[in-house]
Design a protein around this ligand. Structure first.
Ligand code: IMP
Length: 191
């Protein structure tokens, strides 16, 4: 494996950390009356959610939302449009928003306010990666997988223009020196 294709987070480390997060979540919600509802944001968080729910040894429920950023100036506006809403009511339930990565925090804070307006008992955030140095919106990430350096990352559900989601490892992506998806996929399976 060449240095350019060295993972930033290898699949083994990701799996271990998800196991720990699953344990933390199970311990936090074990004594609650009803199972927590994990809400994942499509499409990036689907891979994380699938592994996370199987690492939690108490009953959980889950649902999905799909969103799109509002216009090109998303960072400044921090508003998102809901393309697919939850299938169910979350009133009086414990909700965990599951995110692949939190960058400025604008998307997650918008989603948290949207969810809070539906009067759940609690809302917490679980993120696999947290780019804390890029934060604009103050946000408490109760369950955080890894602190992520200020680099654009791909793999494990995360994309660059809808590509690279199926990589098992997470890599830093350099748009000025792009690797081909085919090469990366081959290296990824070998790593
Ligand atoms: P935020 O609103 O700036 O926190 O951005 C959150 C969303 O932007 C994430 O859910 C991702 O969809 C996307 N995103 C942010 N940083 C990255 C990255 O490094 N790689 C891939 N997607 C990213």
């Amino acid at each position: 494996m060449s240095p350019e294709t060295e993972p930033l987070f290898a699949s083994e480390a990701i799996a271990l950390r998800i196991g720990e997060l699953g344990q933390e979540i199970a311990d936090a919600y074990r004594d609650r009356r009803k199972p927590p509802i994990l809400v994942a944001v499509l499409k990036g968080s689907a891979f994380f959610l699938a592994d996370l729910v199987r690492a939690i040894d108490i009953p959980v429920e889950f649902d999905f939302m799909a969103i799109s950023s509002y216009g090109p100036d998303h960072e400044k506006q921090g508003r998102v449009r809901i393309l697919k809403d939850l299938d169910r009511d979350i009133a009086d339930r414990d909700v965990i928003l599951v995110e692949d990565i939190i960058d400025t925090g604008l998307t997650a804070s918008y989603l948290v306010s949207t969810l809070r307006a539906r009067t759940p008992a609690t809302v917490e955030i679980c993120a696999l990666l947290d780019k804390t140095v890029r934060r604009i919106a103050p946000l408490e990430v109760r369950f955080s997988g890894f602190d992520c350096p200020d680099q654009f990352v791909i793999g494990f559900g995360m994309d660059y223009r809808q590509r690279f989601r199926t990589l098992r490892n997470i890599y830093a992506w350099d748009a000025s020196d792009p690797l081909s998806e085919e090469v990366l996929l081959r290296e990824d399976r070998r790593a």
